[in-house]
Design a protein around this ligand. Structure first.
Ligand SMILES: C[S@@+](CC[C@H](N)C(=O)[O-])C[C@H]1O[C@@H](n2cnc3c(N)ncnc32)[C@H](O)[C@@H]1O
Length: 295
């Protein structure tokens, strides 16, 4: 567990943490089936390739609703332990409740900003799925995560590659851009550096090197991203989270006033990705990132 720094948010992260605890939490929760479900297969693949040690201690950074925390708890087995951490109170409350309802005993959840946390150096394996892209000071945060790992402990994480590598994000944004542009000023909170901040492999490698990791490896993985059972579910998801959705949100009332036209144009564009069963499947691209704490 983290020490007294738990729950303290770095001033530079306040806006992103607030966004994730309010509007983005609500939207992630509403569209959870898509956002979490779509990543299930590649997450399992990563766990197969880089499994946590049986009986080991894991930490899950930016754990959201804790699906991966619970899965890690199965993988380490009853003698192991997993700490799920997130800077959003709402995500942590849900994760805690769901794990208790599922009767999972070897997990705990903690509210902490990874950038200010000071965890005991007792973990064998640090995991994160899409939880490390939002730090204002990523080196500081990754140093804190490395500090939780015993010497030889492993980091294993998934993050988006560059936006243009994922047609589902890039093309959705381009459709929205036919109607809206990014306003110079806006009142909405944003999620800081954003989901694609680690897309450049040299950036990601440089951050991890500066944070003291070694044996850094990035593998790209392109995959089919399930966007929804039908066009309505897909539109709900793609206009809730992601670069196209953010463009609408940052435009405030103007963005909302154009939502119906955007949805119609997007429905037409995405119909090219319709499967025989009516579901919509796009393409996404992530990095599987692994590294080691040399000690
Ligand atoms: C894209 S969601 C991913 C959630 C989960 N890992 C999953 O795959 O479903 C990003 C998560 O990172 C969390 N997060 C954002 N900034 C954070 C920070 N500074 N420290 C810890 N967690 C953070 C958010 O609250 C959110 O739960």
């Amino acid at each position: 567990m983290a020490d007294q720094a738990a729950g303290v948010v770095a001033p530079a992260n306040e806006e992103a943490v607030r966004a994730w605890d309010t509007v983005l939490y609500e939207r992630w929760k509403k569209n959870r089936k898509v956002f979490v479900g779509a990543l299930g297969e590649i997450t399992e693949e990563l766990f197969q390739r880089f499994p946590p040690p049986e009986g080991g201690r894991c930490i899950d950074i930016g754990c959201g609703f804790g699906e991966t925390t619970q899965r890690l708890s199965e993988l380490v087995g009853p003698d192991g332990f997993v700490l799920g951490t997130d800077s959003s109170k709402h995500f942590v409350e849900d994760a805690r409740r769901e794990a208790a309802e599922a009767g999972v005993e070897n997990v705990e959840f903690e509210l902490s900003d990874a950038q200010t946390a000071r965890w005991d150096q007792t973990y064998d394996y640090a995991f994160s799925r899409m939880g490390t892209q939002f730090f204002a000071m990523p080196v500081q945060a990754m140093r804190a995560i490395r500090g939780a790992l015993v010497p030889g402990g492993a980091l294993c994480k998934i993050c988006w590659r560059r936006k243009d590598e994922s047609p589902m994000w890039a093309e959705t944004e381009r459709v929205v851009e036919r109607f809206l542009s990014r306003p110079e000023q806006y009142e909405a909170d944003t999620c800081g550096p954003g989901p694609f901040s680690l897309g450049n492999p040299e950036t990601t490698r440089g951050i991890l090197e500066a944070a003291g990791f070694d044996r850094i490896d990035l593998r790209s993985r392109d995959f089919d991203y399930y966007l929804g059972a039908d066009i309505d579910e897909t539109l709900d998801a793609m206009l809730a989270i992601g670069p196209g959705a953010e463009l609408i949100r940052l435009n405030g009332e103007l963005g909302e006033s154009r939502r119906d036209e955007i949805a119609a144009a997007l429905a037409e564009h995405l119909s090219a990705w319709r499967q025989p069963d009516g579901s919509i499947v796009g393409r996404g691209s992530v990095w599987f990132v692994t590294a080691t704490n040399p000690g």
